[in-house]
Design a protein around this ligand. Sequence first.
Ligand code: SF4
Length: 237
Amino acid sequence: MLEKILEKISGPIAAAFSYQAEDAAVLGLLSELAPNLRDRIETFTLDTGKFFPETEEYHGQVQDFFGLTIRKYQAGAADLRELEQTLGEETAVRKSLENRRLCCKVRKVIPLSSALRGKSAWITGLRSAQSVTRANLQPLEWDETNGLIKINPLADWSDSDLEAYLNERKIPVHPLYRRGFKSIGCRPCTRAVEPGEDLRAGRWWWENPDCKECGLHRARQREAGKLKRDPGVLRVL
Ligand code: SF4
């Protein structure tokens, strides 16, 4: 399905890598594409400056495993200075939803716009089984905020589909998964989960589950009808 969609889309494409097991599986799928399709894809990450030390190490491990470069996009120095002056200590993001969203906006949402500028589509590792906020996820969506097609090749993958794919190909996953983490994020906002908790329960654990998105995926689906601009893409589904 991914190959058919990519053949229908012209122009450069971005693949988001945020250190999740799902993103590693997406890189696995991309590595199996024909070179003419693969070469049009830029793999990127949003470097928030708040990574766990293990994340830096894993970044290099994934680059070596797939033989690619994962480009880092970051907030500008002036924006970061202003954010730090406004919020003060890094745990201020836990004091209000407003603080947390401001931090995600500066460190993730604005750099994402830079990563997607000039691209025709972007590929994510989102799965509908991950959380209530992703329950209606579709394999192909229109990203209204950034004005491009969003491809979610793992939209209907179960936890066991993901595990089987990664194990079969011996694809490395982030080392924090071995310490009880089920989703990888920034150091101040991510913890390991307890048995029986939701996969994303360790992200912004102090917030209501309905608002636990960083702003990168909030506008999903809102105007899925805009995909009709490119009916050729829809026909492959
Ligand atoms: S996840 Fe936390 S530290 Fe990272 S950008 Fe969002 S609020 Fe800031």
